[in-house]
Design a protein around this ligand. Structure first.
Ligand SMILES: [Zn+2]
Length: 334
């Protein structure tokens, strides 16, 4: 217990310097300035001091009290300015902070892109808000065409819509440059689909387009074969099945040998050994004419697949909604 005013001042100064947080300062405040505090005790002594010394002692005690109040305030504001006053034990194991990563769809999209880049393709982009002309008319889908119903569309204004496929990028590219063309286009597309395990109103497509002299169906199959081997593994095969899409003639549905069972048959391929992946075909002559290409010189093929579908087959994901639920327990697995 300090016995003189100077000792009180020194000991409080040390207490405040050692204080690591607000609680330490508040405890010192009670100890020195509280009802039973050290400085308060000196204040209480003043009336009992001999008259000739009382005035001087009183001034000294009050000066000490004033100093103590200010010192405590100062220490509190210093601590507030430096909020972290922990005892740091450097020998403790570190806390591992969770690290963000790319979404599974972005990963698969980049993987697909890298396969095509290795085959010499360029990557093109285009607007998600698109003109009806590029989304439909230029792709041989006039206003009264039944295929417009297949692609129930979000219209933003007359003539303006959210693209239903990435094919408008093909049209924009062909109008901008002359053959040879060898591109893929990836991006989000929108259709007014009811949400279920295999449909969402927003999905991601990858489309390919090759235009040059002497391009044939065999080139299409060769490129798709290389693509699926790059993404699903070297033993995966491609099969083309006759199908119809307005912007290709002839058109084909593309199936791959089931990478899960290796073609033997499993629930994913419905025991057929094959999985349908998306459309393809030789670019329709009406499309080539629309962009001003000479159809007697140039031919080409195009295909369009869903990135979600590729990811679902590759990783055994059964419900497309999982890509868009933002469930971290799901997303951290990839
Ligand atoms: Zn299978």
């Amino acid at each position: 217990m300090p016995s003189t005013l100077d000792e009180v001042r020194t000991s409080l100064k040390q207490r405040l310097a050692a204080a690591r947080n607000t609680q330490d300062v508040r405890a010192a405040q009670v100890e020195y300035l509280g009802k039973k505090g050290t400085i308060t005790a000196f204040l209480k002594q003043i009336p009992s001091i001999a008259e000739d010394q009382r005035r001087q002692f009183g001034e000294q005690v009050n000066a000490l009290k004033l100093w103590a109040v200010q010192a405590i305030e100062q220490r509190l504001s210093d601590l507030a300015a430096t909020p972290q006053n922990y005892d740091i034990d450097f020998s403790l194991p570190g806390q591992i902070m969770p690290i963000g990563k790319k979404h599974i769809l972005a990963q698969v999209e980049e993987e697909v892109e890298s396969v095509f880049l290795s085959m010499g393709f360029d990557i093109e982009e285009g607007p998600e808000i698109e003109q009806e002309y590029y989304n439909f008319e230029a792709l041989n889908i006039p206003a009264d065409h039944p295929a417009r119903d297949m692609q129930d569309t979000f219209y933003l204004a007359p003539g303006t819509l959210l693209r239903t496929h990435t094919s408008p990028i093909q049209v924009r590219t062909m109008k901008r440059q002359s053959p040879p063309i060898r591109i893929i286009a990836t991006g989000r597309c929108y259709r007014r689909d009811a949400v279920d395990a295999s449909h969402t109103p927003v999905f991601t497509q990858v489309e390919g387009l090759v235009i040059d002299k002497g391009i044939t169906f065999a080139d299409l199959k060769g490129v798709l074969q290389e693509f699926v081997r790059g993404v699903f593994g070297s033993s995966t095969n491609v099969k083309l099945l006759p199908s119809f899409f307005p912007f290709v003639e002839p058109g084909a549905e593309t199936a791959i040998s089931c990478p899960i069972c290796g073609g033997k048959g499993c629930p994913t391929c419905k025991n057929s050994g094959w999985i349908e992946m998306g459309g393809s075909g030789m670019v329709h002559q009406n499309v080539l004419r629309e962009v001003g290409y000479d159809t007697s010189t140039y031919q080409g093929f195009a295909f369009g697949w869903g990135i979600e579908r590729i990811a679902m087959i590759k990783y055994g994901i059964r419900d497309i909604r999982m890509f868009y639920d933002n469930d971290l327990d799901f997303l951290v697995q990839f």
